[in-house]
Design a protein around this ligand. Structure first.
Ligand SMILES: Nc1nc2c(c(=O)[nH]1)N[C@H]1C(S)=C(S)[C@@H](COP(=O)(O)O)O[C@H]1N2
Ligand SMILES: [Mo]
Length: 210
């Protein structure tokens, strides 16, 4: 075990806070819509498409993606159904690394995260590039479990967890905002747990696509 990492982690745990209306459950719930997809490394790819700077799609194979530099982020995780998972140690690829390899057009303001089976979630560029946002390959020093998104998920700790897309296969740069899977089904377009932005009826002008 990496004993020297523990004191650092304990400090961060003490600083984590629970947003309004949330609770810490027993155990660590796993939730998603549909089945857990199989991972096939030979056909797996990660595509960056939509409004890229070059106009071309950029494709990473599994070997290419797995070789990208990784960083660690300790963060909490807030599901809109009100449980929170505190102090998860994620390790993975920073959005900045993806954007450097496949830059967006200067007009891009939003990103759609795409997963297996067509699950999706939209993010403002400012949320995508926020310091906590990560393409996670590991949780608590191990590869993700299949039901937590293996091999790759997004974590956006400062937004409700439906935006933390599991089994990610790509991103689409958007010149105009568009709703993802849950955002189309009554959930808030932004989803800030500190402001309890749970449902689309709470949206104010400017929070969502016209
Ligand atoms: N691809 C995909 N990602 C998903 C979901 C899903 O249904 N499909 N559910 C989201 C929701 S609502 C939550 S709360 C978290 C749950 O993550 P966990 O299973 O690791 O706790 O995953 C999110 N990511
Ligand atoms: Mo959720």
């Amino acid at each position: 075990m990496a004993q020297d990492a523990r004191p650092v982690r304990r400090v961060i745990v003490e600083e984590s806070r629970l947003p309004p209306g949330q609770y810490v459950p027993r155990g660590r719930p796993v939730i998603h819509y549909g089945r857990v997809p199989a991972f096939k490394p030979d056909s797996w790819d990660f595509r960056v498409f939509g409004a890229t700077a070059s106009g071309e799609e950029h494709r990473f194979t599994w070997d290419e993606f797995a070789a990208l530099p990784r960083v660690t982020r300790v963060a909490d995780f807030h599901c809109v159904t009100k449980f929170s998972l505190m102090a998860n140690e994620w390790r993975g690829v920073s959005p900045a690394t993806i954007m450097a390899a496949a830059p967006p057009d200067p007009g891009v303001r939003h990103v759609m995260i795409w997963a297996e089976y067509g699950y999706s979630a939209n993010l403002r560029m400012s949320d995508f590039t926020a310091p906590g946002t990560l393409f996670a390959l590991e949780l608590d020093e191990k590869p993700l479990n299949p039901d937590r998104g293996y091999p790759l998920r997004v974590v956006v700790p400062h937004l409700y967890a439906w935006k933390s897309v599991k089994w990610v296969r790509g991103i689409e740069y958007l010149l105009e905002d568009r709703r993802g899977f849950w955002e189309e089904r009554g959930y808030h377009n932004i989803g800030d747990p500190w402001r309890e932005q749970r449902y689309s009826y709470q949206e104010e002008p400017g929070d969502g696509p016209a």
